[in-house]
Design a protein around this ligand. Sequence first.
Ligand code: XLS
Ligand code: CA
Ligand code: CA
Length: 437
Amino acid sequence: MSYFANIPEIKYEGPESKNPFAFKYYDPERIVCGKPLKEQLPFAMAWWHNLGAAGTDMFGRDTADKSFGCEKGTMEHAKAKVDAGFEFMKKLGIRYFCFHDVDLVPEADDIKETNRRLDELSDYILEKMKGTDIKCLWGTANMFSNPRFMNGAGSSNSADVFCFAAAQVKKALDITVKLGGRGYVFWGGREGYETLLNTDVKFEQENIAKLMHLAVDYGRSIGFTGDFYIEPKPKEPMKHQYDFDAATAIGFLRQYGLDKDFKMNIEANHATLAGHTFQHDLRISAINGMLGSIDANQGDMLLGWDTDEFPFNVYDATMCMYEVLKAGGLTGGFNFDSKTRRPSYTFEDMFHAYILGMDTFALGMIKAGELIEDGRIDKFVEDRYASYKTGIGAKIRAGEVTLKELAAYADEMGAPALPGSGRQEYLESVVNNVLFH
Ligand code: XLS
Ligand code: CA
Ligand code: CA
């Protein structure tokens, strides 16, 4: 059974091609910074958007038909999604997928039955994986959709809800390991609060850390050697989310002794919701040794929510890839946590969307490689801190001076010269020059 019979295998044809079903920039074999793009860019399909999201929004119902010929909410439909997903990934040359437990199977009233379904479906996926190089990038448990999680999962005021969340995490870890997952994600969508009038913040944060510790202990006990990830997001659905941004999440992990097992999964649209650029959160993660994986999408600066659009902004993609290359690549990958716009409701649109996203990130990586090779930016940054290489600056860096000695140095010096132009406009013109030469 083929779902996309009218769509060819997507190949690289180069920038001159006008074929809507071809890559213009993503040449899997092209070497950038010493490695082929197919290795530099472990792309992943998000099960929930691509095989699940059908266009429903707050004001209207589905526009797309994602039934794949079956009745939704059945195991037959769950299996049809596997078939469609694998056909889709194969046609695009995508080697990874990401999932929530309830993206894979319809949730039953009884968790034992949900888990039985997960066993059955993951067996089915394992069968499909045979003879392909497709694997799981990361798995996660959906601990935000069901009404029981209205006050969070680890942070819920109900100990029973905490237990239910723990059971879901356990099973999602089992399935992630079974499917060869590189990582396991905690996105704390409802781990936060609406009002301090009913909330014990310290208590809630301690409990989230407890759930994470339990997950690490269990994961390691079943042979999971990958990374756990926190995916920061400042708000939506909650007003205040505890994993506000990378800096906040890293501080939390260190405070509770989780920093050896966890890294960040940075989503572009979440970083911008936190009032940062995408590249800011990537840099903060990288300098703390915690840049793990990326949820590849872009937001809309005119809209104050998480629009999960396919990335097409080449400037942002370039600056993102600059951070990734500088950090030595990702141990995770690039998961397209992105969805087609509601009026783009056909199967063709799903392919156009992934071609757009993969081409944008490939172009970004090629251009970032050129920026690094060009060297003007790196050289400028290096020179900008030159005053710390010798003399008093070198002593400060080496920790060889006291505050008193520095004060004496300042007395002798009088007023320092201005610190040198930041040359922002020049550097921006260098970026343009590399992008458009
Ligand atoms: C929602 C998040 C979510 C996570 C996985 O905003 O992006 O989809 O990636 O739970
Ligand atoms: Ca995400
Ligand atoms: Ca999102």
